[in-house]
Structure formats: C-alpha cells, structure tokens
Design a protein around this ligand. Sequence first.
Ligand SMILES: Cc1cc2nc3c(=O)[nH]c(=O)nc-3n(C[C@H](O)[C@H](O)[C@H](O)COP(=O)(O)OP(=O)(O)OC[C@H]3O[C@@H](n4cnc5c(N)ncnc54)[C@H](O)[C@@H]3O)c2cc1C
Length: 381
Amino acid sequence: MKRDIYHQDHEAFRASVREFLNRSVLPNAERHAAEKALPREFWTEAGKQGFLGLHIAEEYGGAGTDDYRFTAVLCEELSKAYAALWTCVGIHADVTAGYLAKLGTEEQRQRWLPGVASGETLLALAMTEPSAGSDLAALKTTAVRDGGQWVINGAKTFITNGYSADLVLTAVRTNPEKKARGITLFAVPATAEGFSRGRKLDKVGQDESDTAELFFDDVRLTDEDIVGELDGGFVHMMQMLPQERLSVAISNLAHARQALDETLQYVKERKAFGTSIGSFQHNKFLLAEMSTQADVAQAYVDQCVLAHVRGELPAVDAAKAKWWTAQVQNEILDRCVQLYGGYGYMNEYRIARAWRDGRISKIYAGSNEIMKEIIGRELGL
Ligand SMILES: Cc1cc2nc3c(=O)[nH]c(=O)nc-3n(C[C@H](O)[C@H](O)[C@H](O)COP(=O)(O)OP(=O)(O)OC[C@H]3O[C@@H](n4cnc5c(N)ncnc54)[C@H](O)[C@@H]3O)c2cc1C
C-alpha cells in the first residue's frame, strides 16, 4: 500500500541513512555480532552524519527538528539492516537523549547534549532490576541523602548499551514510603566511584547490541545529577514511554517487512518439484496473508506517527501499536523461516537471525501482556 506520511525531505534523509549503512555498517555486521556491541567508531560516525541529535537543539550540536518523522525514517532503515541497530541507537538518540533534552536544566543540557549528539557520550536507560521489570514501581535501588550528596546502592539488569555507556540515566528509589511517587531519575557517569558493570549478557538474538547488568555500590552524586523532578521519575517515565513504544512498533514492522521482501525473493528463486516454491498455492497464500498483515499494521502505525508529530498520541494507542506489531512481526518471521526450509535455521542466513532478533519485541519496552493491561484499563476494566 502506498504510504503518504513522508515527504521529499524525509526521503532525502532516508537516502543518507541508507548510504551510511551500506558504507559503514553492513560491511562490519559480522564484527558487531562477534563483539556483541557496536564499536565506538560506529557511534562517532553516526554522530558526524547528524543521526544522533535529530531532536537536540542546534545550540547543543543537534539538528533541532521537532518532526518525529525523521526519527521514524532512521528507525525504519536501521531496523531493516538488523534489529539491534535500532535497539541501541533508539535507546541512545531517541529515548534517553529525549529525557535529557526535555527534562534537563540548562546546565545539564550544556554538560551532556553535545557529546550525545556527536556520539562521544553514549547513553543507557536503566529501569529494570533483577526483581522489578514489568512492575517498575517496585524497584529497590535506593538513593539516600548524606549531607549535600546522594548515595546510590542497588543493581539493574538487561540494560541496552549498558556495557559501553558513558552516562546511565537510572531510576532510583528516593522515598521508601511512596511506591511510584518515590522514584527519581539520576544521570550516573560511568566514571563514578562505586559504579560497575557485569559481563555482556548472552542473548538469544540481537547479538550486536550490548546488554549488561549494572551495579551501584555507594555511588555518590549530587542534586545536579537529578534529571527532572525529585520523586517525579515514575511520572516522567510514563510520559516518555509512549514515544519509545511507538518507535519499537515502527522498528518491528520495518524489520518484518524487510524479512518478507527477502523471503519473497527467495521463494521465487528456490525450486522444488520442478517449480519455484512460491508458486505452490499454500505458500502463495501465506505470502498474501503476510503482505496483508504488514500493510494493515503499517496503516495504523503511520496514523500513530502522524498523531505523535501533532503531539496527540495517546499512551493507549502507542500500547496497541507496540503489542500488535510485535505479534505481526513474530508471525511473519516464523512463517518466513518455514519458507526457507532448513536454510532458515542456519545462522548464516539473515532470516534465521531476524527470527531470533525479533523475539524480544514481545517482551521489552513493556511486554505484550503489560500493553494489554494498559488497553484494558482504558476500556474501564
Ligand atoms: C534485550 C533486552 C534489552 C532490554 N533493554 C532494557 C533497557 O535498556 N533498560 C531497561 O530498563 N530494561 C531493559 N530491558 C528489560 C525489559 O524491559 C524487561 O525484561 C521487561 O520489561 C519485562 O520485565 P521482566 O523481565 O522482569 O519480566 P517480569 O516482569 O518478571 O514478567 C514475566 C512475565 O510475566 C508477565 N507479567 C508481568 N506482570 C503481568 C501482569 N500484570 N499481567 C499479566 N502478565 C504479567 C510478563 O508479561 C512476562 O510475560 C531489556 C530486556 C531485554 C531482554
């Protein structure tokens, strides 16, 4: 289906992202997977191209656009290359940079944003803990006042960019009396004494992204390191999560569409019983169904993108987009693997990796079950 949400300037931007991917990223994809991380030169090169500061004001080294469609284009193209690219870049440039730009004081913006836009200051966002994932308000990492300082103790897990990040925006309990209303966001520099990281976690897919445990052992920070309101962290996260979920939805669909396009090519070329496997009615119908699934989901997500550009995207619509696209993506990827036969199970084939990479979309940034909780609440249930 023809999409009409993007204009000439978005498409010109898309061409520059593709050029960057073909030149600097795809030739190094095997290395990224083997090293379980994107190297520093990836970040600084992406920074030079202006991809990491789209929404950061020009005075802090960004592009200063308020048109979210540029982020959507970046998200689509990176996700088509491989899913981990957007997972990492999204957390840095879309999600965490968004918190710093929107909630940071003037001094904090000057301190952090130029490095974020240039790729020299890599960001992570640490909410999840070993005993608190979906139930974010139950988090146990604490910050206790000691004179003019805060002393942070606790642990986080599954943190994207966690192994390499220079600055970790960390959700911490500052008031033990109040559950959700007692959480504050601290920007923890990786150089802070008492901050340490575990190994890169061994994941089922998205090998190229570094995902790590983080430890805070008497880390001392000050009020200048608080981002947003004291005890207001939970509200800030709830305000920012819809955009993160929308970009995951965009990524899910772009990733699935790419797999579908590659599979379509494959079934036209692969022969069995003297004919291309795509010509069997069963397979033709599978592909017809997948093409319909992708188009219908895209129409909904595109409307969400436009609503977000207008500043009118309800959290419940972002939740719908996120779980539905994760479902569609996983159905498409599984069917594509089937169409590749045994080759679909070989890691050297992109489809096998895409299938492994896509599985997490039903879990991270709020699981499908949590998305349905949000929708159920909106239905008055
Ligand atoms: C690759 C990867 C990258 C990640 N990146 C980050 C990151 O950068 N920052 C970060 O903070 N976190 C990150 N996460 C963590 C991720 O967001 C959590 O794993 C996710 O929110 C689920 O939390 P949990 O793992 O503790 O599962 P749990 O909360 O223990 O949930 C387990 C199961 O129970 C279900 N469940 C829980 N509550 C309910 C309910 N009320 N009703 C019905 N079902 C329910 C869940 O849906 C799930 O199926 C990442 C995780 C992975 C795997």
